[in-house]
Design a protein around this ligand. Sequence first.
Ligand code: ATP
Length: 319
Amino acid sequence: MKEEEVNRCQIQEWYPKFKPYLLDDSGPFLLPLSVSNEDALPNRIHNPYEEEDLQVSEGSGDEAEEPSLPPIFPELELQVKESIESLGGAVFPKMNWSAPKDSAWISTTGTLKCTTFSEIALLFKASDSLVHDLLHAYDSCNDKSLSRPKNFFLALRKWYPSLRPEMEFRCFVKGNQLVGISQREVTTLYPIIEKKNDILLLIQEFFDNHVRGRFESENYTFDVYITKGERVKVVDFNPWGAFTLPLLFTWDELEQILVSEEDEVEFRIVEHQCAVRPGLKTAVPYDYLNCGPGSGWDQFMRNANAELQRQTEFPEADV
Ligand SMILES: Nc1ncnc2c1ncn2[C@@H]1O[C@H](COP(=O)(O)OP(=O)(O)OP(=O)(O)O)[C@@H](O)[C@H]1O
């Protein structure tokens, strides 16, 4: 994979060309981000540590250590506030390539819906997906010269509360041919088998008319959403291979598909309960997964057993 192929999948690169085919055809808002503290600090207008009631009291023993100042971004905060308002009050935030999907658990709604700057900041700070954008986006490039992109953007897209997960599909394009389509949400069986052929035709037609030739790479993936009115909308573009999830395919399988002149597309959806895939389990704290000796779960079971034992030895009066 080449750096230029990775670069084309940044939202600020692809969205102007595909604006008519987005769910949010009025947006998204793209706000340039500065990730260096030096740039952010001169803009500081509110410093909580300078407020009297928050000063460290004398004699605490901490006087030698200056508390580190949290960076604040007043201009960006204002732009975010205005963008959220013009997008109807709620947004879906992402950076150049990724949304902070892995930190949805930390938000009060358990989703990526944000209505304020601080909700966005909370999701971003807790996300490993964004660390990929910040530091590892070019790790799989065979012509790697960059360690991070030249510019970072905060993309704010209008929040859609009722997207139907079974209507999202990842499309795999190899040598400018659509070679595979996979259902995007593979952890549940949805009753869409009867619609499979219609969906395939819709996506194929959309690819031929609007994507092929317009997206400049030869090999890439793109995600689409099919609306109730059977319109195909672009959700995202991703590079071919590397960090992009192949979902119901494997990258080996996709690599082996021979590109032919006939538009043969392998379309995979979850068709039986047995074909349901487990969730990736990346979106929960490690404590949730770790049941081994010494873990929180282990401790909980020990306490519960001790309590049961106590109740058996000293049963309470039957009142
Ligand atoms: N505007 C929106 N409102 C609500 N949900 C959205 C919106 N845009 C995307 N989503 C949901 O969030 C999911 C992830 O979106 P997106 O593809 O932009 O993130 P990503 O980090 O690039 O994901 P991936 O790395 O898998 O491509 C989508 O599959 C969709 O279900």
